[in-house]
Design a protein around this ligand. Structure first.
Ligand code: CP
Length: 312
């Protein structure tokens, strides 16, 4: 099947069959990371710029690892080391990057819509590595890959997402993707952390964490994003943990084989207890492993794979 997209900007703009193609491609890529020599020549001669204007551990390192495993040349730029600090605009920065002829620009930015803005102005492929509170498509895709790998499907599953929905680009991308792939999505958060109209993305709001968890096949816990909150939206972390944290007692309400997920970074003891984060139901580190394969698939599809040549 042919992948026709130049950019990966959000989940909304991907059709279900395109998501399936990405997940299938990623599953095929996973084995490369398990070889003694974890490298193939697929993207030799391609150049990938990683431009991260916000902190990142998992996303940046896994995009970088993915590029290297496919033999692409990856170059990193951060906000503090770029001429953005001297007043250069994002668009001028992107045009200057384009002048060096990279094949892909991966952008993380604090402003929602920043990757969309540059994608319209450069001929390189643009991959959104997280923009403000808007979208984190590669995270949602690796989450879908992890769920499909563990449960054999996404369609028909009950998926609960609990935490700071208001400030979470992961929540928005996950809700959109999970519902697009046929899952039933419930969310739960303090009322101050539920954005108006979130149901329109394809979820329902549960009145309590207990209702949200009951019968769940998958529980996705989210961090409180204090860095994006103007005012503190809950009284204390202890109270938040009591009312909205996932602990062993609450886990008993979900299905026995429930899968626990978290995009990271975790705040242990706040949204998730240690014994749940480290339990046998947890696939939090498998998400990270799958993140490399998923990002290899994205690079392959936009820069070297079936976007450029029909394969069937
Ligand atoms: N999940 C995620 O985006 O983590 P990082 O911020 O560490 O990249």
């Amino acid at each position: 099947m042919r992948f026709g997209k130049k950019d990966i900007l959000d989940i909304k703009s991907l059709e279900a069959h395109e998501i399936s193609l990405i997940l299938d491609t990623a599953q095929g890529m996973k084995e490369i990371s398990e070889r003694p020599v974890k490298k193939v020549p697929t993207l030799r001669g391609k150049t990938i710029v990683l431009f991260f204007q916000e902190p990142s551990t998992r996303t940046k390192l896994s995009f970088d690892t993915a590029a290297k495993r496919l033999s692409a040349d990856s170059i990193s730029l951060s906000k503090s080391s770029s001429s953005i600090v001297k007043g250069e605009t994002l668009i001028d920065t992107a045009k200057n990057l384009e002048a060096m002829n990279p094949d892909v620009i991966v952008l993380r930015h604090s402003s929602s819509g920043a990757p969309h803005l540059i994608a319209r102005r450069v001929s390189s492929s643009v991959i959104n590595a997280g923009d403000g509170i808007h979208a984190h498509p590669s995270q949602a895709l690796l989450d879908m890959m992890s769920i499909r790998e563990k449960k054999g499907k996404i369609k028909g599953l009950n998926i609960s997402i609990i935490g700071d929905i208001a400030h979470s680009r992961v929540a928005r991308s996950d809700i959109t993707g999970f519902s697009k792939m046929g899952a039933s999505v419930s969310i739960c958060a303090p009322p101050t952390m539920i954005p108006m109209g979130i149901e329109n993305l394809g979820c329902r709001i549960s009145p309590s964490i207990e209702t949200c968890i009951e019968g769940a096949d998958v529980i996705m816990m989210l961090r409180i994003q204090k860095e994006r909150q103007g005012n503190i939206l809950f009284p204390t972390e202890r109270e938040y943990a009591d009312l909205f944290g996932l602990n062993k007692a609450r886990l008993g309400l979900a299905k026995k084989d429930v899968v626990i997920m978290h995009p990271g970074p975790m705040n242990r003891g706040v949204e998730i207890s240690n014994d749940v984060a480290d339990s046998e139901n947890s696939i939090i580190l498998e998400q990270v492993t799958n993140g490399v394969a998923l990002r290899m698939a994205l690079f392959y599809l936009v820069a070297g794979g079936s976007r450029h040549a029909d394969s069937d």
